[in-house]
Design a protein around this ligand. Structure first.
Ligand code: 13P
Length: 257
């Protein structure tokens, strides 16, 4: 029997100024206090804020000993140097950031992130003691062509090249079918669980946490969290509002497999 602590992650994408992010953090602290969450069995909570919101939100977090962690939505794989506009693992670590998204489909689609750069970013994240959340998932065309498992396996194998067993245990994976992101079309819970079980077999470790992402909302979270292989969510739209995010946090109960 393996018990994995659930994880509920907010991916704010390009939303919220630093002031709005701190206001969200304050409201989240109050709501978590009131509901006594996450408590001993509640989920880990990570807020993936935009870069400009990280310093102020991190400072708030340190001053209020808040019960959540902060993550970055991407990072560069170089340590430092002439890479205009980029942010390094060192810079994130110095701010108290503990996690980073790697290979989100929007980065793959709009910013040329490839399986190769995902691999470099995973290695850079581990080097700087950041826990990466590797995002994988298929397009609608790939799903309709019966290619879901092939695509996800390719993304996994290329991204994880050279990643050690010890690192794989810390790694978090998010299965995000692209056609379900921001569309309101959630993946059928049993089918999401099936794909995630395939990913788990490929990883080969019972402790690795694997999240579902794609139109997760208060009205579908319970069905998704009931699935034995789904350990939590990576949430866009429904994470922007504290009340709706709190409903997701409250529904993220431990999973026993
Ligand atoms: P939505 O929850 O808005 O569909 O976004 C999912 C996502 O991309 C999280 O990374």
């Amino acid at each position: 029997m393996t018990q994995r602590r659930p994880l509920m992650a907010a991916n704010w994408k390009m939303n919220k100024t630093h002031r709005e992010a701190v206001a969200f953090a304050e409201a989240l602290d109050d709501a978590l206090d009131e509901k006594q969450l996450p408590g001993a069995t509640g989920p880990d909570i990570v807020l993936f804020a935009p870069f400009t919101a990280l310093p102020a939100t991190s400072e708030h977090r340190l001053n209020c000993s808040s019960a959540w962690h902060l993550g970055a939505q991407t990072m560069d794989f170089h340590d430092s140097g002439a890479y205009t506009g980029e942010i390094s693992g060192d810079m994130l670590q110095a701010l108290g950031i503990t996690s980073v998204l790697v290979g989100h489909s929007e980065r793959r689609q709009y910013y040329n992130e490839t399986d190769e750069t995902c691999n470099k970013k995973l290695h850079a994240a581990f080097k700087h003691n950041l826990i990466p959340i590797l995002c994988v998932g298929e397009t609608l065309e790939e799903r309709e062509a019966g290619q879901t498992d092939v695509v996800v396996m390719r993304q996994m194998r290329m991204a994880l090249d050279g990643v050690t067993t010890q690192q794989r245990e810390q790694l978090v994976i998010a299965y995000e079918p692209i056609w379900a992101i921001g569309t309101g079309k959630v993946c059928d819970a049993a089918e999401a669980n099936r794909t995630i079980a395939v990913i788990r077999r490929e990883i080969g470790l019972a402790h690795t946490r694997i999240l579902y992402g794609g139109s997760m909302k208060p009205d579908n979270v319970a069905e998704l969290m009931k699935q034995p292989d789904i350990d939590g969510g990576l949430v866009g739209g429904a994470s922007l509002d504290v009340d709706s995010f709190m409903q997701l946090v409250a529904a993220a109960v431990p999973v026993t497999a």
